[in-house]
Design a protein around this ligand. Structure first.
Ligand code: 5AD
Ligand code: SF4
Length: 471
């Protein structure tokens, strides 16, 4: 499904390095998996002396971790590279070298173009080759020319990456854990199968080991990541292939992990065992990101989604039977080639029928090399605009209505940080809404019951209740 791009560049921050260390600045665009990958690139470079720094200006190495899922991805990369070039030149004038690396899905899709248009780039690497970064850095230094690695190596990068460190340093109570990558589904509009490659799953043993390490450092809320996470099929300790449901039961046995989430799922892989796990495991959070993309069977077929709108309704019904407080989040695309007014109305009907707690909606954006990009019957931009606006209005109202249902209720909140206002702390509900209360910072890291009193623009406010939710 691709993971939902955040749209907000995220930056790994940390103090200025000691003089002996080398500064690393990673700029991350796109989905949670890119955020995870950026942290892992930091991990592989740490033994070489690289420490994260706040700004590119004093970095010896700058990595641009890119996303290609929609819009003018390549142009954004080139404009950012223009800025980085100036930094590189300024540092060079002071006798300092700056290694510029472009990683992620734009690097995978447009590697040669990047080197042609931005010859000051030292390294171009696709998402499957991060474990080779130290060797690439050495090669770039030796060669004095650019190094490009955008193949899909035979070895699995996870087998070659060091143990994770950055995402779950002590004090972090939530963490991402990539368990699966790539996609074989080839939805008509999507670039992921071409940039992230074929579906592959990490072994159960390596996932459990990483989860245990995370829990040992205080992580309580873990999000399992994968472009098609519920297609997970990792080799189990007994040599059989485990499903995501089996993995969830094993993760639920790890002491301290009180919240388990997974994203992003495909409706086709939402099987009975996984739905049963939602019934059996209180740790599996009642909030699922399950993109449907469209409510029209005709368009779902053109999209090569492999399910109908009623299949989706049926999955939602079974999920809610298993876990009555289950809330749904989704992705929608308006204006896929061939989408008529009637098709769009079918999407609006599905939205009405399901009721989403959260949703992301996008105008279809042709991705070079994907089947839909070359298809006829492209929908005019003004039609896409109007449909997007209508859809977003309804989705926003549903989100507000869902948040309103929590007002007046007691909700378990895992406190993770100080609030914006002095004396406040902030945490997340099981449905991921930020909830602010007045309370001491010593409560950060605890999961406590909060009486929700008000709905704010993008969050909720409440008061702490006496009763502890988890020890
Ligand atoms: N145009 C618009 N939206 C897209 N997405 C993926 N590819 C495209 C595209 N070409 C959306 C889908 C997906 C989410 C991550 O991004 O809704 O679920
Ligand atoms: Fe998701 Fe389809 Fe893209 Fe695969 S091809 S990542 S299932 S949207």
């Amino acid at each position: 499904m691709g993971l939902r791009p955040s749209g907000v560049p995220a930056v790994m921050t940390s103090p200025t390095p000691t003089p002996s260390a080398r500064g690393l600045h990673v700029i991350t665009w796109g989905c949670q998996m890119n955020v995870y990958d950026s942290a892992r690139m930091g991990d592989v470079l740490r033994p070489l002396g690289y420490q994260p720094v706040d700004t590119p200006d004093n970095a010896d190495m700058i990595i641009l971790n890119t996303c290609h899922i929609r819009d003018r991805a390549a142009e954004k990369v080139f404009s950012e590279l223009g800025r980085l070039r100036l930094i590189k030149e300024a540092r060079k004038a002071h006798g300092q070298n700056t290694v510029i690396a472009v990683a992620g899905c734009v690097a995978q899709a447009e590697g040669q173009e990047i080197l042609a248009r931005a010859p000051y780039v030292d390294i171009v690497l696709g998402p499957q080759t991060y474990h080779r970064l130290p060797e690439m850095v050495a090669r770039a230094a030796r060669a004095g020319g650019a190094v490009i690695e955008t193949d899909f190596p035979a070895e699995q990068k996870f087998d070659f990456l060091p143990d994770t460190q950055a995402p779950q340093t002590p004090g972090n109570h939530t963490a991402f854990l990539t368990i699966q990558e790539g996609c074989d589904k080839f939805c008509s509009f999507c670039v992921v199968p071409y940039t992230r490659g074929a579906e592959s799953s990490r072994s159960v043993a390596s996932v459990l080991a990483e989860a245990r390490r995370m829990a040992a450092t205080g992580v309580q809320d873990i999000s399992l990541l994968g472009q098609n996470v519920n297609a997970y099929h990792g080799e189990g300790p007994d040599g059989t292939i485990w499903s995501l449901a089996q993995l969830a039961y094993a993760l639920a046995d790890i002491p301290g992990l009180s919240r388990i989430r997974y994203t992003t799922s495909h409706p086709r892989d939402m099987d009975d065992t996984l739905i049963a796990a939602h019934r059996d495991l209180p740790q599996l959070m009642p909030f699922l990101h399950l993109p449907v993309q469209s409510g029209s069977d005709r368009i779902l077929k053109a999209m090569n989604r492999g399910h109908t709108a009623d299949d989706y309704r049926d999955i939602v019904r079974r999920l809610r039977d298993a876990r009555p407080d289950m809330a749904l989040s989704s992705d929608f695309i308006v204006g896929h080639p061939g989408e008529t007014d009637a098709d769009f109305e079918a999407t609006m009907q599905l939205v009405h029928d399901v009721g989403f707690a959260l949703a992301y909606s996008f105008k279809y954006s042709p991705r070079p090399g994907t089947p839909a990009a070359g298809a006829g019957m492209q929908v005019p931009e003004y039609v896409k605009d109007a449909r997007l606006q209508a859809l977003q209005q309804v989705l926003r109202a549903q989100q507000d209505a869902f948040n309103a249902t929590l007002v007046g209720r007691s909700v378990p909140v895992l406190f993770t940080s100080r609030g914006r206002k002095p004396g406040q702390i902030t945490g997340r509900s099981p449905w991921l809404q930020p909830i602010h209360v007045t309370g001491p910072e010593t409560l950060i890291g605890q999961e406590l019951s909060v009486h929700v009193t008000e709905r704010l623009t993008n969050s909720l406010g409440g008061v702490l209740e006496e009763r502890k939710v988890y020890a």
